[in-house]
Design a protein around this ligand. Structure first.
Ligand SMILES: [Zn+2]
Ligand SMILES: [Zn+2]
Length: 216
């Protein structure tokens, strides 16, 4: 018999909702619990733009679930690109327009993990872009699979992961419900909380996956 511990755990690390991300206006967080229950995913990380869900609200969302889980994170609009940070207890000193050097320092203080996301859009979104190979130390991972990162961008992200010794993670970057889970991260077991998830990512105990083949 296969023990429950041997089952891989699928977690989408990058989901926006209209609750705290205005650009995700159709993604109603009230529908996410049912969606998660019915999906292939075991967990969803709510990573809103420059906002962190209150821990209490995440706990309330989790009361509706049976074994599956919601987690919280933030997608920080730094001047040097967008980064999903997992494991923060608060956003003290972390505001839009922060530099990546300050973001990594503040994240490290809280035991949080810093993930470069949609690296290929760094130039269009960013006031003061830094080439991926020039980004300062302190970044732990790169999103190699997402709804916008596939094909040649995925291969490029995987090369950067090798060059920078970064972990590879997946998250949908969904702004509407149907996209949630299209890309996700595979863990060995369900993290008990965001800090444990951050540790697993930092240590490379994670893989990135698309749920269905993506076009080039
Ligand atoms: Zn972004
Ligand atoms: Zn995003």
């Amino acid at each position: 018999m296969v023990s429950p511990q041997s089952k891989a755990v699928y977690i989408d690390l990058h989901v926006h909702t209209r609750r705290y991300s205005a650009c995700a206006e159709t993604l109603d967080p009230g529908k996410l619990a049912q969606y998660l229950t019915d999906s292939h995913l075991d967990g969803i990380v709510l990573a809103e733009h420059d906002a962190l869900w209150p821990a209490k609200e995440i706990a309330t969302l989790n009361t509706e679930l049976n074994g599956k889980r919601f987690f919280r994170a933030v997608e920080v609009s730094s001047v040097n690109g967008h980064f999903v940070v997992i494991g923060l207890d608060n956003l003290n000193g972390i505001t839009p327009g922060i530099t990546i050097a300050e973001l990594t320092a503040r994240s490290a203080q809280q035991g949080a993990v810093v993930i470069l996301v949609h690296h290929h859009q760094i130039y269009s979104h960013t006031a003061d872009p830094i080439a991926v190979l020039q980004l300062p130390p302190g970044i732990d991972a790169i999103e190699t699979a997402s709804s916008v990162t596939f094909g040649k961008h995925q291969r490029q992200a995987e090369r950067y992961a090798g060059q920078r010794l970064w972990s590879r993670v997946g998250g949908s970057d969904a702004h509407y419900l149907e996209l949630v889970g299209c890309s996700f991260s595979v863990f060995e077991s369900m993290p008990r909380n965001e800090k444990e998830m951050a540790r697993a990512i930092r240590q490379g105990r994670v893989r990135a996956m698309h749920w269905y083949p993506m076009d080039e």
